[in-house]
Design a protein around this ligand. Structure first.
Ligand code: TYD
Ligand code: MG
Length: 454
């Protein structure tokens, strides 16, 4: 039976069931066209008309050799990739314009090339001598990386096929265009088609490709999320423009753990790796002001200590603000509500600012207790004891729930000279805990212990 025809907008990628002159989703005119139905042969025959050839079926138990990986020698990058670059894989590196993607990937290209891979760097945004100037600034001018500046994907793919490198870096996917697609470079259909060509090229020819993608204001890689679905690995390069710290985060990885992070520092000579991020995200512990609380977190497979800073100030009537950087705004609202309903500590009429120091972004619910402690500490103008770390998840009832990897968190805190840990009552503790442990059954216990009765 023939499948109903579908119509796609070439501007936003929205799929419609019928043709119209204007796309309801993005509002642009004359961008909708009919999609070719799946399985249409050259003569327009349906799938039923011609038989495909048989495909090989195999068993679940079949042995498969582990994929060989290539290490760049940049330990932070290799870890985020899941232990190195997998041959014939497609990787998307997304991030804000100007955050340092081109710098990172030029350094990566040089590192892979120096470790023996054949690497090609194609820039669609800069001329070759601009890239060369950057390489000189980074001290990489002698690395055996092959360079090109072009945006015509057909030419690029032909060249890559001839050169047969191990790794090709395409900077950026938004500048690439295919002559078979009508819309302008950077439009959703171009980005999608270019990404599709590149990922299938990677699989066909055994060449790893890294695509650079700029992120739009809405936090999506410009154009559709479909690019994320096509590639094997999606890495985000994050950081605050004014801060020197940059975090490379695996949000999807078919060949390794997601949520792994690599930490870099942007210097005058490019990105340098930060092997011990905890030390970096903490400010001077001898002078810990009210509102500042250290959270013992886990990012990917490693413990990272970082600092929550809260400020609570009287608000103009009826205009209380909640502003949060580096954490989830909804989660902050929840903790404020629990503090008010379960502990009788209102924040109405108060501005609340919450910030994670150093430009780090935390998404673990395990940070709830640290956030609550920072809010209380700021509101009561009372600092926690020095050299204290906090972690635990808060439920709507106000109880404090245990979180995973307690021992790893405590070990890291101990290593960095912390002496006290405030944690959930039911935490599983190992044998030798070098810290003094303060167990909290619920949020009210924390309030009673450190901030009077409220
Ligand atoms: P870039 O890699 O061009 O960003 P993207 O490709 O993500 O758009 O980085 C641009 C910024 O990095 C620019 O503001 C200058 C800064 N930078 C340094 O601070 N040090 C350096 O060694 C380099 C090469 C860039
Ligand atoms: Mg760039």
């Amino acid at each position: 039976m023939a499948k109903a025809a579908t119509f796609t907008c070439s501007n936003c990628g929205a799929v419609h069931s019928k043709w119209s002159g204007r796309c309801d989703d993005c509002g642009s005119w004359n961008t909708i066209s009919e999609d070719a139905p799946l399985g249409t042969g050259p003569k327009g025959k349906g799938l039923g008309a011609a038989r495909g050839k048989g495909i090989a079926l195999t068993d679940l138990s079949a042995e498969e050799a582990p994929r060989p990986r290539s290490q760049s020698g940049m330990a932070e990058l290799d870890r985020v990739l899941g232990g190195g670059l997998v041959p014939a894989s497609a990787i998307l590196v997304g991030g804000d314009p100007g955050i340092g993607k081109s710098t990172l990937l030029l350094q990566a290209a040089a590192a892979f090339a120096n470790s023996g891979l054949k690497a090609v760097y194609v820039s669609g945004e800069e001329a070759t001598n601009q890239v060369r100037m950057r390489a000189r600034r980074l001290g990489l001018q002698d690395a055996p990386v092959k360079l090109a500046a072009d945006t015509n994907l057909r030419n690029i793919l032909t060249t890559l096929e001839k050169e047969a490198p191990d790794l090709a870096i395409i900077d950026s996917i938004q500048t690439m265009w295919l002559d078979t697609v009508e819309s302008a470079p950077g439009s959703v259909s171009q980005v999608r088609a270019a990404a599709h060509e590149l990922t299938s090229f990677a699989k066909r020819h055994g060449i790893s490709v890294i695509l650079v993608g700029h992120v739009t204001k809405e936090g999506q890689i410009a154009g559709p999320r479909v690019v994320e679905h096509m590639v094997d690995t999606v890495l985000y390069f994050e950081g605050e423009r004014g801060h020197q710290f940059r975090i490379l985060r695996a949000v999807k990885n078919r060949f390794g753990p997601a949520d792994e992070i690599g930490v870099f520092e942007m210097t005058g000579e490019g990105l340098s790796e930060v092997a011990n991020p905890s030390a970096l995200f903490l400010s001077d512990q001898e002078a810990q002001p009210p509102g500042s609380v250290v959270f013992a977190g886990i990012e990917g497979t490693r413990p990272v200590l970082c600092e929550f800073q809260a400020l609570v100030a009287p608000a103009p009537a009826g205009q209380a603000r909640r502003s949060v950087v580096g954490w989830d705004g909804g989660r902050l609202a929840m903790i404020l509500a629990v503090l008010e309903s379960r502990c009788g500590i209102p924040f109405a009429g108060l501005d609340v600012y919450l910030n994670v120091a150093g430009g780090l972004r935390i998404s673990e619910p395990a940070a709830d207790l640290a956030v609550a402690a920072a809010l209380l500490s700021a509101r009561e103008d009372a600092a926690l004891p020095r050299r204290t770390v906090v972690f635990g998840e808060i439920s709507l009832s106000g109880s404090v729930r245990p979180v995973g990897q307690t021992e790893t968190r405590l070990k890291e805190a101990e290593k960095l000279g912390f002496e006290v840990a405030i944690l959930p009552e039911r935490s599983k503790l190992g044998q030798n805990v070098g810290l003094q442990v303060q167990k909290m059954p619920d949020l009210a216990a924390l309030v009673g212990r450190f901030f009077g009765a409220g």
